[in-house]
Design a protein around this ligand. Structure first.
Ligand SMILES: C[S@@+](CC[C@H](N)C(=O)[O-])C[C@H]1O[C@@H](n2cnc3c(N)ncnc32)[C@H](O)[C@@H]1O
Length: 288
């Protein structure tokens, strides 16, 4: 295997994205990442400018990558192109060093290969890092875990709704800390599948995890948590707010976005409380 690979980053008007994707596939891209309005990047990853998309194509051979770059430059002159050589990494092992276990309140969350080292007095959640967000070590997840720990401590047996469940980490944590009914939803089918796997591994197969729209979820919940991006939280406010019986916890919000998200939920009758922050990320807490 070659010691390097090539990555071609393409930034272009969103309406040209599909044509560029076809072109990149035909030109021999081995893989393609798309960041646009439909597939916004995860928190912490650079997103496209408004009205634009970012495509990142991966190539094994420099000649193929250079030919693709030239072809794109000719066919789509508005596209901004950056071709870079990157060192090939042994992802099978190196990424493991990047996954850290975390302890939040009564909880320990970490990957299987660290589980034996988890302190015995902690409630242990094992999440194998795969294609869903939520291994516990992202600040937005930790902020939510802390809120769940505190709420379940003072409201044993509360019902919990986790919107944008990802790996299911928050839903599983709530159940392990004594929640009664726990529902998790996600609009990404892979996340729902992995959340089911994680629930089974962690001994909580009774969680109601699905890709249901919130309008399809029955009832209200004492605690609702949603760790999604700010623009999605604002769009979902009319659907999330009616589900809250007592407490709402929102994360995935950067400090400058806080006021706008807060206003969207105030408008639906929720009353802000002091939240929390970790680095650039804030958590917004509300009550009915
Ligand atoms: C930042 S991750 C949070 C995962 C996990 N709850 C955590 O705290 O680590 C956001 C999740 O929300 C999901 N999501 C994004 N938009 C959504 C929507 N409109 N409805 C439901 N889920 C959504 C994504 O697929 C992703 O799994």
């Amino acid at each position: 295997m070659s010691q390097t690979y090539l990555s071609l980053t393409v930034e272009l008007p969103e309406e040209q994205s599909e044509a560029a994707q076809d072109l990149l596939h035909e030109a021999g891209a081995m893989g393609l990442e798309v960041r646009d309005r439909e597939a916004p990047p995860m928190p912490g990853v650079r997103g496209p400018n408004p009205g634009e998309a970012i495509l990142i194509a991966y190539f094994e051979e420099a000649d193929t990558a250079e030919a693709a770059r030239a072809q794109l430059a000719e066919s789509l002159p508005d596209a901004r192109l950056l071709l870079e050589e990157k060192p090939q990494q042994d992802w099978s092992n190196e990424w493991k060093a990047l996954i850290k276990s975390v302890q939040v309140g009564r909880l320990w969350v970490g990957p299987p290969w660290e589980a034996d080292a988890a302190p015995k007095d902690k409630v242990r959640l094992v999440i194998e890092p795969k294609m869903a967000f939520g291994t516990g070590d992202h600040p937005t997840t930790s902020l939510c875990l802390a809120a769940i720990d505190a709420y379940m401590g003072s409201h044993p047996g509360a019902s919990v709704l986790d919107v944008g469940t990802g790996t299911g980490v928050l839903a599983i944590a709530a159940r392990k800390l004594g929640a009664s009914r726990v529902v998790g939803t996600d609009n990404d089918p892979t996340s729902v599948e992995l959340a089911h796997e994680n629930a089974a591994v962690n001994g909580t197969p009774e969680l109601e995890l699905s890709g249901k729209e919130l309008t399809q979820v029955e009832g209200t919940f004492e605690l609702v948590v949603a760790n999604i991006l700010a623009n999605t939280l604002i769009a979902l406010a009319p659907l999330i707010a009616p589900k809250v019986k007592d407490r709402l916890v929102l994360a995935g919000v950067l400090a400058p976005q806080k006021a706008e998200v807060e206003a969207a939920y105030r408008a639906h009758g929720l009353i802000p409380e002091a939240g929390a922050a970790q680095g650039e990320w804030v958590r917004l807490d509300f009550h009915r």
